[in-house]
Design a protein around this ligand. Structure first.
Ligand code: SAM
Length: 177
């Protein structure tokens, strides 16, 4: 029987608006629960690269998603996103992350210019925060504004929006193309 994703992951999956054929990069993907939920939806050229800087985390992603990795639907990469290179450019239609804090804690390190370069023209960047009701936008700081400011600083991104209406905070942008 397939594993049920935790609620914060179950909430974000529909907000990715997947057709299944996207080339996707998930940042901070350990322990691989979003990978397990998205992988079976992929079809055609659809592919998911799951990146995390933690060796233990990467092992957990691989263990949880062995069949998807073996089938070539999922690649797992041990890498710090702050030192990611923009090679080859334009290789993803969607980059997303859940609860990866560098975008508001260390905006200059967040490597947003490289993430934008990795997106295909019109490609989407979606960043999610929060684990449950009252946790996303309401933890005493305005995470949405801080993350949006980080994305606004990148000339290659456009249409930066913050959706803090629900239990999951979502900050989105698109590659200018
Ligand atoms: C708080 S956990 C969130 C895990 C999962 N995305 C979720 O929402 O349940 C943050 C994850 O992002 C990873 N991470 C944090 N900063 C990172 C960075 N600079 N580069 C790559 N991975 C990072 C951590 O190793 C950890 O697995």
């Amino acid at each position: 029987m397939s594993e049920q994703p935790p609620p914060h992951i179950a909430r974000l999956i529909p907000r990715l608006e997947l057709t299944g054929t996207e080339r996707i990069l998930e940042l901070g993907a350990a322990p691989g629960v979003a990978v397990a939920a998205i992988g079976p939806q992929l079809t055609g050229d659809g592919h998911l690269t799951a990146l995390d800087r933690s060796a233990v985390g990467v092992r957990r992603i691989r263990e949880r998603n062995r069949a998807l990795v073996d089938a070539g639907r999922v690649s797992v990469v041990e890498q710090d996103l702050t030192t990611l290179a923009p090679e080859p450019p334009g290789r993803f239609d969607l980059i997303f992350a859940s609860n990866v804090n560098v975008f508001w804690t260390h905006p200059r390190k967040a490597n947003v210019d490289v993430l934008a370069a990795l997106l295909a023209p019109g490609g989407r960047l979606r960043l999610f925060y929060g684990y449950g009701p009252g946790d996303g936008a309401g933890s005493g700081r305005d995470t949405g504004s801080l993350v949006a400011a980080t994305l606004h600083d990148c000339a290659a991104l456009t249409t930066v929006t913050v959706d803090d209406a629900g239990p999951t905070l979502q900050v989105s942008a698109a590659q200018k193309g």
